[in-house]
Design a protein around this ligand. Structure first.
Ligand SMILES: Nc1nc2c(ncn2[C@@H]2O[C@H](COP(=O)(O)OP(=O)(O)OP(=O)(O)O)[C@@H](O)[C@H]2O)c(=O)[nH]1
Length: 386
């Protein structure tokens, strides 16, 4: 079977430096040959004009925002890329979709997953979000889209470092920690990042080594990108936001106290014993049914009862890619770890939901209500996350 083509979603607010980054990525040998999908916002087609290399491999989509008005168009564009590839008119190993600054990555991911032909031929490699070191904080104050782009990211690239003071950089760093403590962070110098740092992020569907999965699940904020985790157990325990049996060298960031960032909340759980499959399914179904639209990212390494190795799962909003089996997992280790990043869901609600994973069987109606349903089903309860 031909392996699916990895797709990178390059997102970030207007002017954050996406095109500058993309121009560098096109020259990164680690990326192989890259087909680029960009879209015009307005009529200028500015991005297209700015992309210097690989002109034949750049596909310009019609005007409109890639996340909503042109979802069908995006599907058509990706299909046309496939057709041109099979006719050997285009040769490429991966696709980068540069979204407009206002785009929410969720619907694009939706397109990739739900169109049967696209899903068979493409797989999301990762979401890369550019954040402007100088203007980023103000943008985050004002635009929920910018917060969502950060919260959903697998990698955050801070751009224009040369324009910000050391204290501004520290403040931004702390803020990004709060919005997304699980995505490794790097700095781009006029678009330059370490070779390969933005590709092969682990969301792609392939058996994944344990260390890589842990890195993907979140090694904590770091720049340069986090080194592979030498001791998978240490990495895993360190990601827990809850008290665990092991020390937590990479503790989850504290919940934001900034007024606007309070809308984005991360909660996580670590479990030492395998989870009954029905409990896991029930938990996920309940969460998605009640809060699917508010779940920006969910990811985890999950050890189910009766299975020899854990698998990696990840989702954007209510959509989930195929679970990926993990290889090289330490024998005898049954640790599971699940992280949820949500918007407008109280932290206590997320933690209550995650607590369901400790159950040994699917709760009956009475227990379900006491554990999660009351909170989860009550949108009025969704105030600023705590
Ligand atoms: N000083 C400085 N300027 C940068 C850096 N990276 C990008 N820029 C500048 O920032 C401006 C915006 O960069 P773009 O790459 O066009 O940003 P974009 O996110 O693609 O912009 P839109 O497509 O309009 O959303 C350009 O003038 C870049 O030259 C950097 O590291 N330092």
């Amino acid at each position: 079977m031909v392996p699916p083509i990895p797709v990178t979603l390059l997102t970030g607010f207007l002017g954050a430096g996406k095109t500058t980054l993309l121009n560098r990525l096109l020259n990164d040998p680690a990326g192989g040959r890259i087909a680029v999908v960009v879209n015009e916002f307005g009529e200028a087609g500015l991005d297209h004009d700015l992309i210097e290399e690989a002109a034949d491999d750049v596909v310009l989509m019609p005007a409109g925002c890639v996340c909503c008005t042109t979802r069908g168009e995006l599907a058509n564009t990706l299909m046309s890329l496939l057709a041109r590839r099979s006719r050997q008119e285009l040769v490429f190993d991966r696709v980068v979709i540069e979204t407009t600054g206002l785009a929410d990555p969720g619907p694009i991911y939706h397109t990739l997953l739900t169109d049967r032909t696209l899903a068979a031929n493409y797989v999301l490699d990762g979401i890369v979000t550019a954040v402007d070191a100088l203007l980023g904080p103000r943008t985050l104050d004002r635009h929920a889209e910018a917060q969502a782009q950060v919260a959903m990211a697998d990698r955050i690239v801070v751009t224009k470092r040369d324009l910000a003071s050391a204290s501004e950089l520290r403040a931004l760093d702390a803020r990004l920690d709060r919005l997304n403590g699980t995505a490794p962070r790097l700095w781009a110098d006029k678009g330059r990042v370490a070779s390969g740092a933005l590709f092969g992020l682990g969301a792609a569907r392939a058996p994944m080594p344990a260390g890589q999965a842990l890195d993907w699940l979140g090694g904590g904020a770091s720049h340069p990108p986090a080194a592979p985790v030498a001791d998978p157990l240490a990495g895993l325990s360190g990601l827990s936001g809850l008290a665990g049996p092991r020390p937590a060298p990479l503790a989850m960031p504290a919940v934001s106290h900034h007024a606007t960032d309070d809308r984005i909340v991360t909660a996580s759980v670590t479990l030492d014993t395998p989870i009954p499959a029905e409990v896991f399914d029930h938990w996920l179904e309940t969460l998605v049914a009640r809060r699917g639209a508010d779940i920006l990212r969910s990811k985890g390494i999950v050890h189910l009862e009766g299975l020899p190795t854990p698998f990696v799962f990840h989702g954007v909003q209510h959509l989930f890619d195929q679970p990926v089996p993990l290889k090289d997992w330490p024998e005898g280790d049954s640790t599971s770890r699940v992280v949820i990043i949500a918007r407008d869901v109280p932290r206590a609600t997320l933690e209550q939901s995650l607590a369901m994973l400790h159950l040994r069987e699917v709760p009956g109606a009475g227990l379900a209500e006491s554990v999660d349903v009351v909170e989860l089903s009550d949108p009025a309860a969704a105030g600023p996350g705590r």
